[in-house]
Design a protein around this ligand. Structure first.
Ligand code: F3S
Length: 406
């Protein structure tokens, strides 16, 4: 990969060990992927923030970087942490976990990575523009900014996103390049989605069917909301590794068939029927009763909070089960102003920030079964808790019926 004189100096250690290692990681990734050169970025989303998933080695590394006075060169935001940074006691987070989590978030802040702690940075002040190249980690955010905004990012891990933020550059490769953004799988949606969970199940099904680096083009989706597209993208990034998808007539690089497939044809077609969607619900189900019903994977949009508040009207959360919504600080502020937060709380539910049902240590908090409207969350909960917590996926309406009485 071509490096400028300045980049070579960094690689030779002239900027210190931290920048040298960051540059080494980026050039290794670039070389392995035949990148021509590095290109500048102005924005980053950094995963590896929850102490549950990042652990001691990440805490040690980020604290060491902070001691070295390293600063990121991009507008950078943190992914969800393992707890609400203020109300963690109310969530039932163990003290020892909280102490380490707070240290990790503070260390990232010292590097200049804002503690927004959300997987929807594009709803919280870190929204790229169409065509802008960025360095995002967090698979759901990657899928969203690539597909729905038409910005350009590869699917970075936490460490390479942090390295890219420190250097202010990413290797020019993958989804940054025009030809890799062309759709190559035609997804015929042969059923009418009836709920947000149906979109999530659709994404989950398609993510499992396509191969790595393929770009599905959904054909047959009309009028999907922001919330529904967020759920779809997060699910296909979880069950497969879809970093970019198009929806014909809806997303910016798929205004028509010619745009979506770059004037060519799909390599193959997947037809998705109601029966396929039902198979996803069957797979992501359990016979157990939930002790936690949680939505907000990805972090709830204002529309999802509004709908939750409306569905809770005249209902009360039952004893022995909790109803929690996870969202970002900015959306929370808006929801509070609109009265949705108070409506959810007065029905016995709660709204937490900075975390979610997957990256919080829910098994240590005593939960044994989570119901959610997100295929991504239903997929990850049993895996990340090593089977200690079961999961089930049902639409939001049903989530609320299950955990409340009228
Ligand atoms: Fe976000 Fe947690 Fe889901 S980080 S996409 S809410 S698993």
């Amino acid at each position: 990969m071509f490096l400028s004189k300045e980049e070579e100096k960094i690689l030779d250690g002239e900027g210190g060990w931290a920048l040298e290692r960051a540059m080494r990681l980026l050039t290794t990734i670039g070389d392995l992927n035949d990148a021509e050169r590095l290109v500048p970025i102005k924005r980053s989303q950094i995963a590896g923030v929850s102490y549950k998933t990042a652990g001691g080695p990440t805490l040690h590394l980020v604290e060491e970087l902070a001691k070295e006075n390293v600063k990121v060169r991009t507008k950078a935001t943190q992914n969800p942490a393992g707890m609400d940074l203020e109300r963690w006691r109310e969530m039932g987070i163990p003290d020892e976990f909280a102490e380490k989590q707070l240290r990790l978030c503070r260390a990232y802040e010292k590097l200049g990575v804002r503690a927004t702690c959300t997987c929807t940075p594009y709803l919280s002040g870190n929204k790229p523009e169409f065509g802008e190249m960025v360095g995002f980690s967090e698979s759901s955010a990657v899928a969203f900014v690539n597909s729905v905004i038409g910005a350009r990012t590869n699917r970075h891990g936490g460490l390479d996103a942090l390295s890219a933020a420190m250097i202010g550059k990413v290797p020019l490769m993958g989804y940054l390049i025009d030809e890799n953004r062309i759709g190559n799988v035609h997804v015929k949606v042969d059923f009418k989605p009836n709920s947000e969970a149906d979109y999530s199940a659709l994404g989950y099904y398609v993510g499992r069917e396509v191969k790595i680096d393929e770009v599905p083009v959904y054909d047959g989706i009309r009028n999907a909301s922001l919330n529904e597209v967020m759920l779809l993208g997060a699910a296909s990034a979880a069950s497969g590794s879809v970093a970019l998808f198009h929806i014909l007539g809806l997303t910016p690089e798929a205004k028509n068939v010619k745009d979506a497939f770059g004037g060519g044809e799909a390599e193959y077609t997947i037809e998705v029927t109601r029966r396929d969607i039902e198979s996803v619900y069957d797979e992501l189900s359990t016979d157990e009763e939930p002790d936690l019903v949680a939505i907000g994977c990805p972090h709830s949009s204002i529309q999802e909070l509004k709908r939750a508040a409306e569905l809770l009207s005249g209902r009360r959360v039952k004893k022995g089960v909790k109803f929690w919504v996870f969202t970002s600080p900015e959306v929370f502020r808006e929801a509070k102003k609109s009265g949705y937060v108070n409506r959810i709380k007065s029905a016995g539910g709660d709204v937490f920030l900075n975390t979610c049902m997957v990256v919080a240590p829910i098994e240590e908090m005593g939960f044994r079964c989570v119901y959610t409207n997100s295929a991504k969350a239903a997929f990850y909960v049993p895996r990340i808790t090593r089977g200690k917590c079961k999961s089930g996926m049902v639409p939001l309406r049903k989530c609320i019926e299950i955990c409340t009485t009228s």
